[in-house]
Design a protein around this ligand. Structure first.
Ligand code: IMP
Length: 427
């Protein structure tokens, strides 16, 4: 019953989709367990770029079964558009994609509220505006509407009526026009017709698959430091992006998970607000953003960039229980000399090697760097450890030591082939 969880070790955009794509080749099922259409997972295969938001990126491999678990918040409009777009480029997922009947629905008022709340919040979070936070808030507040409800017209009508009564009052208190119940009802009725064949008891599907010895890959979205509990609250997303979320978000017990792979970029990026100790200063940030093409796949926003933060990634190894680490975009550091790794923080005149799980404290931490010699040699053409320049190998070795996890996979470019495998993909 091999089950492997892949999660981001930083603030998202670590290149998880490339690692998921690689591991999915030998998986049977690929599962999203949290987040929603705020995610943007990009896979490059055969020179073509494929972007996934809700559909698990692993389904790019023909025949793999995709599952959207109960922990995901599903925007039916975004899901159906994504399925159509994928089909348009030759990736047919009908018949091999299942959506949990227990997943909550993103409703039109969630998207309006996401924007309005962000405008009125004292401190901006920089949300993607996809309605994620308000939808999870309704879930916790026990007024959410689930995918299963959508399949029963009477239940859906009653729940929508009650929810809209509350939400229209909230919207009007912010000076926003009320939303029309009839319009939402007919729009969601159309979604229900198209989604009916996807809806399933996905916990049952997954547990049966594991009983049969199938390989299940859990595809995390966002990253550890955006986790609602373990991230830099309040500058986080509204779900548990860490490995534990794979269990609560799918109905698979923790005893069934064998491995947790952390994915870290060879440097650091963050999109949206919140502290980022190793952020480049001045013109360097803009220059590196441009050179590295660090722009969001979902919103197109420029990402903030900085040096690798080993304090943060070691913390991620702890809260997720990493069994291994995948390091992406190693090629991007080629030509930089020296390369820096943050090994500790200075806070109020003291040195600490532990990540403070508080945005206020982290905002006052100054990075303590270790410098390593850079390298010039060809990184993106290397296909084995031996082919990597010595400087790049020393950098990877040092990251493994500092994080306390074995690096088993290195990505040196966007294409599938630009991957160096150091360990067994499935133990
Ligand atoms: P929300 O998830 O849209 O509520 O956004 C909350 C925070 O998480 C913001 O800082 C977003 O920029 C960030 N965020 C959400 N999804 C992603 C992602 O897929 N990659 C990177 N950051 C994300």
């Amino acid at each position: 019953m091999p089950a492997k969880v892949v999660v981001g070790a930083q603030w998202g955009d670590e290149g998880k989709a490339k690692v998921v794509d690689f591991l999915s080749e030998s998986a049977d099922l690929v599962v999203r367990f949290q987040g929603g259409a705020n995610a943007g997972h990009t896979v490059v295969a055969g020179g073509k770029e494929f972007i996934f938001h809700l559909v698990p990126a692993g389904v790019l491999h023909p025949g793999k079964v995709g599952v959207i678990g109960n922990g995901v918040v599903v925007d039916p409009e975004a899901l159906l558009e994504e399925m159509d777009r994928l089909e348009g480029i030759g990736v047919k997922v009908d018949g091999r994609l299942f959506v949990s009947r227990d997943a909550h629905l993103v409703m039109p008022y969630h998207k309006v509220l996401d924007r309005v709340m962000e405008e009125h919040r004292g401190k901006r979070i920089g949300t993607t505006g996809k309605g994620i936070g308000p939808c999870y808030r309704d879930k916790a507040g026990r007024v959410g509407i689930r995918v299963g409800d959508l399949m029963d017209p009477d239940v859906f009508r009653a729940k929508l009526h009650a929810a809209l009564d509350v939400h229209n009052r909230i919207l009007s208190s912010y000076g926003e026009p009320p939303l029309d119940e009839g319009e939402i009802l007919s729009q969601y009725r159309r979604f229900a017709e198209r989604m009916a064949s996807l809806v399933a008891d996905t916990s049952l599907i997954l547990n049966r698959a594991l009983d049969e010895g199938k390989r299940v890959l859990f595809e995390g979205a966002q990253g550890t430091l955006l986790d609602l509990d373990h991230g830099t609250y309040p500058f986080v997303t509204s779900s548990n992006t860490t490995a534990g979320g794979a269990c609560t978000g799918t109905g698979v017990g923790p005893t069934r998970i064998d491995e947790v792979v952390g994915v870290a970029k060879a440097y650091t990026t963050r999109v949206g607000e919140g502290p980022l100790p190793t952020e480049f200063e001045g013109e360097m940030e803009e220059e590196m953003r441009r050179r590295w093409g660090e722009y969001g796949a979902t919103t197109g926003r420029g990402r903030r960039c900085g040096w690798f933060d080993a304090v943060a990634v070691r913390y991620a190894a702890r809260v997720n229980g990493f069994t291994s680490l995948a390091l992406t975009r190693l090629d991007s550091l080629e030509g930089m000399d020296p390369v820096k790794i943050c090994v500790a923080y200075e806070y109020d005149g003291r040195i600490t090697e532990e990540f403070p799980n508080s945005a206020e404290v982290l905002g006052r931490c100054r990075p303590v760097y270790e410098e390593l010699p850079g390298w010039d040699g060809p990184t993106s053409s290397a296909r084995s450890w031996e082919e990597l320049p010595e400087g790049a190998r020393a950098y990877v070795r040092r990251i493994g030591e500092l994080v306390g996890a074995e690096v088993v996979l290195i990505s040196v470019g966007r294409e599938r082939e630009q991957t160096i495998v150091l360990g067994e993909p499935w133990r």
